[in-house]
Write a protein that binds this ligand. Structure first.
Ligand SMILES: Cc1cc2nc3c(=O)[nH]c(=O)nc-3n(C[C@H](O)[C@H](O)[C@H](O)COP(=O)(O)OP(=O)(O)OC[C@H]3O[C@@H](n4cnc5c(N)ncnc54)[C@H](O)[C@@H]3O)c2cc1C
Length: 528
């Protein structure tokens, strides 16, 4: 139990005091933990927070790979990194290895590229990719990431991004995590409840509105009524409060992102494993792609596919073949996905956080990031009971931007592929709806490589586009004008600087499995 040191000063009459969160998935408990830590430890008790979740309606049960922003969020909610690793069977993620995305498998050389969490260097503001194109024509995409980041070397050596003396949340290079979603939810719940968050196990059966269209109260199955100043909808794809209760329309992205279904299967590790991959793998399949997420306790895999191009049974057969479980030893969870977003994530006194506001398919592990982004925006624009329309406008504008940019970035993975071997890949190559913003970038990048000022990135930067552009060999086919300004020797200098750094980092970096075993005291905690 955390001891209460201080109580928040009495809030003015107009201040938001009572918050009700609906939903006990990652969004719900992360929101509860975040809000109870929002203004620092002295604000303990500032809000009266109640979370209601239904045991009849489960959580989505997936969402186990993250991006580096989670490190800050974990700190924000008062967790130590070792607590997180120990309680969530977590592992390190240095980036994503993409397999078979460019060409049909079996068509020539191995088809692999990486999207690591590294940043690319520049020389006189000229992006590294230009020097690589000029100096290493014909090299593989892996050569590019190997040359300019330390991430792939660490990943291939199965190393953690940490030295023996690295502090919590600090590493030799940027990193994120894989974690067991159920255990993560449990840990967040414990921490939020230690901070005074109340939990009700019941089902919301009605959302009652007042004459302004604001939520007045929620009716629960057992008869209780809950009122609040602010309602947070974390009810998942159901979007019980925002889309159902307040009738906020949902805009589907199905024309831009074709995958709408998923299958998840977890497998036990072999008894004597010698190493563990510190990265996610995304393997292109006939009708979508498959994830592999190595957790400390189990290997989590899934197949994200388009139900317009195959059915659930065929998809499961194709997927089990990939993971070597044709006999069906491990149960499969089938999931329908709703890709798209609302326009107003915040409407009146209701805010949707997580799947209830929108979802982009999980190729770049952005689901939990969207929750983090929603909470950080809320912290910036936290309202009083008036719920200023200006705060709402900015919040909604920023959230739309984050979702739309992420949709474009995921769309880029598909539309740049040269695969034509199934209807799914042909439809991606020739039939995707591309936004004006992405269309502009695609046209721009016919004559130059991505650089920092080409757009205003919120989630994925020009470097991430560069890793993908190289992966798909989609670099400018004409000589970029910037080549005239370059000193070719700067490319070798950049590579030498990075090479030196890599030579320093690699021997310091510790073996991931050995580190995890030490965190767990030699034991593997099994998923709850
Ligand atoms: C196939 C797939 C793979 C994914 N992979 C990743 C990934 O690798 N990385 C990542 O960051 N994200 C990923 N995501 C997204 C991630 O799973 C979600 O963003 C995250 O789990 C948050 O979900 P949620 O809490 O919003 O919804 P849910 O987990 O669905 O929770 C909804 C909650 O609402 C409650 N509820 C619903 N109705 C009621 C009611 N009437 N009364 C009371 N309670 C109610 C339920 O009981 C539940 O607790 C993935 C998603 C999918 C579909």
């Amino acid at each position: 139990m955390v001891m209460v040191q201080h109580r928040a000063p009495k809030a003015p009459r107009s201040a938001v005091e009572r918050i009700v969160i609906v939903g006990g998935g990652t969004s719900g408990w992360l929101s509860a933990a975040f809000l109870s830590h929002m203004c620092g430890p002295d604000m303990l008790g500032r809000f009266d927070i109640t979370l209601v979740e239904s045991q009849d309606i489960g959580n989505i049960g997936v969402g186990e790979a993250t991006i580096p922003t989670l490190r800050k969020t974990l700190q924000k909610v008062g967790l130590t990194e070792s607590d997180f690793f120990r309680h969530c069977n977590a592992s390190f993620k240095l980036g994503i290895k993409f397999v078979d995305w460019h060409r049909k498998p079996g068509d020539g050389a191995e088809d692999v590229f990486w999207n690591p969490f590294g940043t690319l260097p520049t020389a006189w503001s000229i992006p590294a990719m230009n020097f690589w194109l000029a100096s290493f024509p014909g090299e593989s995409p892996e050569h590019f990431t190997d040359l300019f980041t330390a991430h792939t070397a660490l990943a291939k050596a199965m190393k953690a991004p940490k030295a023996a003396d690295s502090k919590d949340f600090d590493g030799l290079v940027a990193y994120a995590y894989h974690m067991d979603t159920h255990l993560f939810g449990r840990l967040l719940r414990e921490r939020a409840m230690e901070r005074g968050v109340k939990r009700i196990l019941d089902k919301v059966v009605a959302v009652e509105r007042d004459d302004r269209g604001w939520i007045e109260r929620l009716r629960l199955q057992e008869g209780q009524a809950l009122s609040a100043d602010l309602f947070i909808d974390c009810s998942g794809f159901r979007s019980l409060l925002l889309q159902q209760g307040l009738e906020e329309p949902f805009h589907s992205f199905e024309d831009s992102l074709l995958c709408d279904s998923a299958i998840a299967i977890s497998q036990p590790w072999p008894e004597h494993r010698a190493a563990m991959r510190p990265y996610t793998t995304a393997t292109a399949m006939d009708h979508g792609w498959a994830w592999n997420i190595p957790l400390y306790s189990r290997e989590a895999s899934g197949y994200v596919y388009s139900a317009k191009h195959t059915d659930a049974e065929q998809a499961e057969t194709e997927f089990r073949r990939l993971i070597g479980d044709e006999e069906g030893r491990n149960p499969a969870l089938h999931i329908k996905m709703k890709t798209g977003r609302v326009d107003h994530f915040w409407k009146n006194n209701c805010l949707a956080i997580g799947l209830s506001g929108g979802f982009i398919e999980p190729l770049e592990s952005t689901g939990i990031y969207m929750v983090e982004a929603g909470l950080r925006e809320l912290e910036q624009y936290f309202p009083d009971k008036v719920m200023s329309p200006h705060l709402q406008q900015l919040y909604n504008r920023h959230m739309r931007f984050i979702y739309d940019q992420t949709k474009d970035f995921i769309g880029y993975h598909y539309c740049m592929s040269e695969r034509e071997d199934t209807a799914f890949w042909r439809d991606n190559r020739h039939g995707l709806k591309i936004s004006d913003d992405l269309r502009f970038l695609l046209d721009l990048w016919r004559t130059k490589v991505p650089s920092a000022t080409d757009f205003t990135p919120r989630v994925f930067s020009q470097d991430h586009y560069s890793f993908l552009m190289v992966g798909h060999r989609a670099w400018p086919k004409v000589r970029p004008p910037v080549f005239d300004l370059m000193n070719p020797e700067d490319g070798a200098r950049l590579a030498e600087i990075i090479g030196r750094r890599k030579r320093e980092i690699l021997p310091k970096a510790i073996d991931q499995l050995a580190w995890l075993r030490s965190v767990h005291g030699g034991e593997s905690r099994l998923a709850g």
